[in-house]
Design a protein around this ligand. Sequence first.
Ligand SMILES: Cc1cc2nc3c(=O)[nH]c(=O)nc-3n(C[C@H](O)[C@H](O)[C@H](O)COP(=O)(O)O)c2cc1C
Length: 349
Amino acid sequence: MDNMTPTDASAEAQAKLDRLMARGAAFLGTRYAVLGGAMSWVSERNLVAALSNAGAFGVIACGAMMPDRLAEEIKATQALTDKPFGVNLITMHPNLMELVEVCLAAKVGHIVFAGGIPPGPAIKRAKEGAKVICFAPALALAKKLVRSGADAIVIEGSEAGGHIGPVSLTVLAQEILPHITDVPVFVAGGIGRGEAILSYLEMGAAGVQLGTRFVCATECVAHPNFKQAFIRGAARDALPTVQIDPSFPVIPVRALQNEGTKRFMTHQAEVIRRFKAGELDKDAAQLDIEHFWAGALRRAVIEGDVENGSVMAGQSVGMVSKEQPAAEILAELMGQAQAAILARKAQVA
Ligand SMILES: Cc1cc2nc3c(=O)[nH]c(=O)nc-3n(C[C@H](O)[C@H](O)[C@H](O)COP(=O)(O)O)c2cc1C
């Protein structure tokens, strides 16, 4: 043991990492137990295939796509990779059941239900041809989802980019990982380096899901302005949307602060003033607030308007420093996890 060469030692560290990732990787059918979290407009054929080809698990973000469009995206992704990938469906999509059929017809191996608790029939039908992954925001819901047939769970902390819950991954992981052991649990939110991946695997996670860290992959089609905003952004710039009046609830979304986020505050204040003045009824006022961000993610990701669009990003954005191929990002993450294993071994010795 003591006269191991550095190559032996790093092979041993990789073997330990592989053991920690074994359950998650077997579930996904991948080399690494790493999911590329679905990101609307960002996670399309190119990024998804690049991640899967590099040994991770790419996930297409269906978002608001209609069934025909999703079928086309899956087919195009299959043309770019023969490795497994998944499709993320938003549970409130009006054509949810049709979208499930599209995934099954295309032989997609894993369906991820996001944005709420999926209806029982959707889980049941999806399981007839695919493995089902669900998001659980709390332990009781994780247990319920497992009882309803979820084959794996993702827990996503409030550090994440996009729509978020109120609790950090640090706490969710402690609350949920020790108690959900029947199915693999993947953790997401704020993960930017391999040391963090290692520590969550050691806590019992089957694997991890990262979104923010993959936005600046060379293969990702996001507009150069969107990528530059990530490269420049620091953790403190990626903040949740602020709701100014509890009577008019706002779904929290973590995004980089810009002109749009500032205008959203004045917009809410103005709508509420008009409501109080009797110019708008309550429903119209609520809708007006909700419509503020309609199309805003596309505006930032595709058109590159990072001042007025929604630049959804997680707190790990500060760890994004350059554009690099997906395979290089993964190699970096795995290298950091390996180095952490070696450093711990040296500490113990
Ligand atoms: C730009 C952006 C768009 C996202 N869109 C979606 C989405 O459409 N569906 C979804 O389930 N999660 C979405 N997410 C969340 C990611 O899938 C992933 O869980 C999250 O990014 C993980 O946290 P991290 O950003 O700290 O790595 C989005 C995240 C970002 C940054």
